[in-house]
Write a protein that binds this ligand. Sequence first.
Ligand code: XMP
Length: 511
Amino acid sequence: LVIVLDFGGQYNQLVARRVRECNVYCEIYSYKTDIEKIKAMNPKGIILTGGPNSCYEADSPTYSKELFELGVPVLGLCYGAQLMMHVLGGKVERADVREYGKTEVLIDKTQSKIFADVSPKTVCWMSHFDYISQVAPGFEISSHTKDCPCASAENEEKKLYAIQFHPEVLHTQEGTKMLYNFVRGVCQCSGDWRMDSFVEESIKAIREKVGDGKVLCALSGGVDSSVAAVMLSKAIGKQLTCVFVDHGLLRKNEGDEVEAVFGPDGPYDLNFIRVNAQERYYSKLAGVKEPEQKRKIIGEEFIRVFEEEAKKIGAVDFLVQGTIYPDVVESGLGGESAVIKSHHNVGGLPDCVDFKEIIEPLRDLFKDEVRKAGLEMGIPEYLVYRQPFPGPGLGIRIIGEVTAEKVKMVQDADAIYREEIANAGLDKTIGQYFAALTNMRSVGVMGDERTYDYAIALRAVNTVDFMTAEAAEIPYEVLSKVMSRIINEVRGVNRVMYDLTSKPPGTIEFE
Ligand code: XMP
């Protein structure tokens, strides 16, 4: 185990992901975690993340000196590096020049364990306004840049390493190698954290835990709940019942696709219940325009429907949730940068079902690891690489009132958009993309007729963590083809626009 101590940096989850890519298991903990708890976990290494503060200010996050005296290798990154120096008697000050972006780093100590096989001049990602003006006693500078005399420093004997730049960010060209050198070289982690053994062990553990109990799963067809369901199915077969609520706000054909995979004709051993609740949802949503109210209705109705099904099934022993590691960190349980996206959770679900315990088989995995686990278990690629789809579905991609006609329009437009993005080979490179129906109608001309129809907005964003995002640059020919197909093939639409807004100030979804 490697512990990543989170000081509130924006890249903390990336650090953990990179470490796991070295086949080393790691977990993120807040910098407030007690030293005794850290000792008890017996880590092979500790990584201190970046953070937004200045370590010399009074109320900034800090850690006691003891952390560096455990005999466990410590790697400090950015704020973590400065803190290490500050706590151990070095000096950190505000720099004259702020370094930001790709920067050439010159390695002074080429025999440093951290820089094994790294080129003597290497491009790294910098983002700092403070700098290490004097290293702590026992440390030597191992690299520098044009503006920064200490880009990294180390006390080889005590296995303490400080790096001012961000090896976890892919812009640092040889960053993964440096992290590998730390966890596999310095910490001597064996690198046996592998997806196939994780899957195998999880299935075994679930089987033991569940015994002959009954398990209920709310299946949305999204990646997380699908992978969780398959894992459970492999562990306990028909003791698992999956309830799939088709709320009529899914993408085109999605309900049938989910049924094809998880239903009785699919490859998995489980009980599958599909509830066709489209009409129910549309009538509840009739006349409702306000976004939050729509979200609330959709969420509440889901609970109602699920509750009714659960009642038919009767008491169960376990309820499955597709919680993944970023959810755990974001809900404030793991790391420090606690941003709670309350509307992203399926609120209140456990309350309405009679069960004893929750099973969260993916709780320790990042999204890309969930995908790997899915592929490992033979789940079809198109399902595993499905992009994120919000719980309220198309309900928040139709601005204003939702009607069956509008759902059809946005479904058809979205299907065309997705097809053309895939044809252009962009489907795995763009973070998230979809069509939305604006509530705007405008005048157009088609054939020789005047039209007064709706405008579709195309959205495509690139993002690391979905908290910030930038509009993706899609080649004009692709957009143009999508536009012409939508206008020709989707009735009721006479205009197509591309949304250029980043997040912030926009959000990814429209409501
Ligand atoms: P926003 O619109 O907040 O979206 O920028 C960020 C990411 O979260 C997804 N999203 C949701 N997911 N339930 C979900 O499960 C929701 O209510 C919800 N709202 C937004 C959105 O698709 C994007 O990936």
